[in-house]
Write a protein that binds this ligand. Structure first.
Ligand SMILES: [Zn+2]
Length: 470
């Protein structure tokens, strides 16, 4: 460069542009890091200092089976700050909200421990189609889920990371999501929704459409299981979901089969434990459940074909049992004469028996719904909770769907995307709260009619619904 060039206005303009660009380039690089951080552990939008005071409420705290006396509950930012029998004085600032509870019940937001946020509406075939469309539909369903009073779900299979992120960033209204990402299965296992025309598969070869969209991943050796488990953790999975035996809704997985070998299960358990978290395994039969437990699995999903000896083993080992009072509509939803319907007929009678085992052996029991491919059934999410009345008192059912489920979520340890207290109403807990018009400890059916019963819905200190007269 000669002097003339150096002194020309064009040179200085170019130099200025280069410097102006530098922070941009740096910001882009840093943003890349931020993005990865968000994917791994999403932090909710920064809590503001807004204050909400619930006056004159009776509190169901998520643990005790009786309501408190008349109380006042102060929420600051996204946490519960104070609970008091005495009136709480607050600054009458513009951003202070006072909710006159009128003696209604204040309780923790509900938690569904077995949910598939991406698989509620639409058929499996549709979910393999346009990913953008699937996410928009799932976003709308997530808003409905929150408006049913479910402020948290444990997602046990499906490409849910984008939806979770959009909810955490406040772009879409929905519940907190504890994601598993793709469920991991074997060839012909539960979750292998491929057609016979897609066989054979070559290890390391092309992925099927189901795998490309992140719905489920097929793994047929310990090494493959490790890869798939670690891929979910890399995307931000809070726990890993495996299918250890046959399932009802997948056409090529007989209900009696045990799928993964013990070394394969152990590979997932090691990968999860190296990340400080755990594996949840779908399993119905004693053989599948026992093998999963031997490999170090910490939570059994369903377990509906277990025998008494297996129930005892679960209790002795302190394993979690994640049960769902699957409704009749779901069974009848499988067309008569199909292999899925025949499998449903086998599984359904086991539901009541398994709940009885869970009670008899005092097994740590989580509650969930496992709604799949039915918007109508999802609308009955609260009714499915209320159906626990067959085996539990209203208080037992509500403790299960709040503080007990939260205990299971916390098993994700350092991978917990929302570290803090969930499922309880106590100082320091996240302000995920429902104001209920009535006493759900006396009338569990109230949770089956959320549109009417839940007059205020709060998540993370923000109010998403308030139908009280202003
Ligand atoms: Zn499921």
């Amino acid at each position: 460069m000669n002097d003339r060039e150096r002194t020309s206005p064009r040179f200085w303009t170019r130099l200025a542009q280069a410097f102006a660009l530098r922070p941009l380039v740096l910001a882009t690089a840093l943003c890349g890091l931020c993005d990865a951080g968000i994917a791994q552990q999403a932090s909710p939008p920064p809590a503001d200092a807004s204050v909400t005071l619930f006056q004159n409420v009776r509190v169901f705290d998520g643990k005790n089976g009786a309501l408190s006396g008349p109380s006042h509950v102060l929420v600051r930012g996204n946490k519960i700050e104070t609970i008091s029998a005495q009136p709480i004085a607050v600054d009458r600032r513009a951003d202070t909200r006072i909710i006159e509870g009128g003696g209604r019940t204040l309780m923790p937001g509900l938690i569904d421990a077995h949910w598939h946020a991406m698989l509620i509406r639409g058929t499996p075939a549709q979910l393999l189609g346009d990913v953008g469309y699937s996410n928009l539909v799932a976003g709308d369903e997530a808003t409905d889920t929150l408006m049913r009073g479910f402020t948290t779900v444990r997602d046990v299979g499906g490409p849910v990371f984008g939806l979770k992120r959009a909810i955490d960033e406040g772009i879409v209204k929905g519940p907190r999501i504890y994601p598993s990402g793709a469920m991991i299965t074997v060839t012909s296992g539960h979750g292998d929704f491929r057609q016979l025309t897609e066989l054979p598969r070559t290890i390391g070869g092309m992925l099927s459409r189901m795998e490309q969209v992140g719905g489920s991943m097929v793994a047929d050796s310990p090494d493959e299981v490790r890869v798939r488990a670690r891929e979910q953790l890399m995307q931000g999975a809070s726990q890993i979901k495996l299918t250890a035996g046959g399932g009802v809704s997948s056409p090529f997985s007989p209900i009696d089969v045990t799928t993964f070998t013990e070394p394969e299960l152990r590979a997932a358990v090691e990968a999860a434990e190296n990340w400080g978290t755990y594996v949840a395994a779908h399993a119905f039969t004693p053989a599948a459940i026992q093998r999963a437990i031997a490999a170090g699995v910490k939570c059994i999903e369903h377990g509906f074909l277990m025998d008494e000896a297996t129930a005892r083993l679960i209790a002795e080992k302190g394993i979690w049992l994640s049960l769902q009072p699957l409704p009749e509509e779901l069974r009848l939803g499988f067309r008569e004469g199909t292999v899925e319907r025949a499998k449903a007929e086998e599984v359904w009678p086991g539901i009541a028996r398994t709940y009885q085992f869970a009670k008899k052996y005092k097994i740590k029991t989580a509650w969930g719904t496992d709604v799949l491919f039915s918007r109508a059934l999802a609308q009955r999410q609260g009714a499915i909770l209320a159906s626990l009345i067959r085996w539990y008192t209203p208080a037992e059912a509500l403790v299960m769907a709040t503080s007990t489920n939260a205990e299971l979520l916390a098993l994700s340890g350092p991978r917990n995307p929302y570290p803090g207290k969930l499922g309880v109403v106590e100082p320091g807990a996240f302000a995920d709260l429902l104001l209920v018009d009535g006493n759900p400890l006396e009338n569990l059916a109230l949770v089956a009619d959320p549109a009417k019963s839940f007059v205020v819905i709060m998540k993370d200190g923000a109010i998403y619904k308030n139908t009280l007269p202003k």
